[in-house]
Design a protein around this ligand. Structure first.
Ligand code: PEP
Ligand code: MN
Length: 372
């Protein structure tokens, strides 16, 4: 059971103490108090854990500090909406607000290969007014003989160049918990010129020890990528490992599913699940069209498949787009064939904007029909 306290309620208020006492007076029940810092207000929630099935909600609803009492209906209790009883709160990180109603594009290198290409990439993003990017330093590759990423060695120049180009958040995958420490240390040494969103790749979606460790740190938000060969339910439970560690600043990313039925795309595009994840969880939802499609194939109408699948996710309300972009894809050491070219980036951003506006127009129609 989750008891939502009224907005901006002080958690050490005597009434909250009495609420906790009442909850813990039921046999086999313990409590956890969580504060979620949303973009505009903080939200406090009291979790009742243990045998709560038989506890009535009424005695709790009578407290004036209580806004709502919600019964847990999903196993993924911290990220779940539980039948709509809990609102999506989102978060603010390094000046960027990410929530179920915001929209940001994160273009960039799948893997950092050299300083020159990285700087060219950030400069181009800056020219387009983009403050959010991707840049991979630690790459989980299918073959041990393929380029594994430059690792900690590239972090100083990545962060310095990001700062110079006013990049506020870089999405960066980690494959081991020590990478988080290396990133935090490099950010600190550089004077925190930018921010990092820790990316958990699809191959590590059920690496529970890694999920626990990124969940136990709360400095950096987490982009959790859906497992490519497991059910959505299993991915949501895996994502809960991050939230249950204490870190609630999480974005859930769809990136396609591994099945030959998706051929000729690299993965079967699953962006129809954008509204599903928004309904089931409180998390903002990201789409990754590059790792879904895996090529720069062009449809007969002249638009790249990557543009088309992005449109499918954005028209359905995606909050973030992670897309591979490389100033010289021929020099890329990982996933060059799927990276957008310089001349494609501007068109991609424009296309995504058109679709986002169409989504917002659709929302206005819903608002009119529900009030009128
Ligand atoms: C990536 O985004 O660089 C990546 C490896 O993606 P995924 O984990 O979705 O394959
Ligand atoms: Mn890649």
């Amino acid at each position: 059971m989750i008891i939502v306290l009224k907005a901006d309620m002080e958690i050490d208020a005597p009434e909250v103490e009495r609420l906790v006492e009442l909850a813990e007076s039921y046999p086999g029940v313990r409590t956890e108090l969580h504060q979620i810092q949303g973009a505009t207000r903080s939200l406090s929630e009291l979790y009742l854990l243990g045998s709560t099935g038989v506890i009535p909600t009424e005695p709790f609803e009578e407290f004036s500090c209580v806004e709502r009492v919600v019964r847990i209906t999903e196993k993924f209790r911290s990220i779940g909406r539980h039948g709509g009883g809990l609102e999506a709160v989102g978060f603010e990180y390094n000046g960027i607000h990410i929530a179920q109603d915001t929209f940001h594009v994160f273009p960039g290198l799948c893997a950092v290969d050299n300083r020159e290409n990285l700087e060219a990439m950030f400069r181009l993003l800056r020219e387009h007014g983009i403050q959010t990017a991707r840049a991979g330093a630690y790459k989980p590759r299918t073959s041990p003989y393929d380029f594994q990423g430059l690792g900690a060695e590239c972090l100083p120049f990545v962060f310095e160049s990001a700062g110079k180009n006013d990049i506020r958040i870089i999405s960066m995958e980690v494959t081991h918990e020590s990478h988080v420490d290396e990133i935090l240390e490099a950010l600190r040494i550089a004077g925190n010129p930018t921010g990092v969103m820790i990316q958990i790749g699809t191959r590590n979606a059920q690496n529970f020890e890694l999920l626990k460790s990124v969940g136990q740190q709360t400095e950096l938000p987490v982009l959790f990528k859906r497992g490519m060969g497991i059910t959505l339910e299993e991915s949501l439970n895996a994502c809960e490992y991050v939230a249950s560690g204490g870190n609630r600043r999480i974005v859930f990313c769809l990136r396609g599913m591994k099945t030959n039925l998706g051929d000729p795309h690299r993965n079967f595009v699953d962006f129809a699940h954008v509204p599903v994840v928004k309904r089931l969880t409180r998390l903002p939802v990201c789409i990754d069209p590059s790792h879904s499609v895996g090529s720069r194939a062009v449809a007969p109408d002249g638009l790249l498949d990557v543009f088309h699948v992005t449109a499918q996710g954005v028209i359905a309300g995606a909050n973030m787009v992670l897309v591979d972009f490389h100033p010289k894809p021929g020099e890329a050491l990982c996933d060059g064939p799927q990276a957008l070219l310089v001349e494609e980036l501007a068109r991609f951003l424009e296309d995504a904007k058109i679709v986002r506006e169409a989504y917002e127009a659709r929302l206005r129609r819903v608002a009119i029909s529900s009030t009128g």
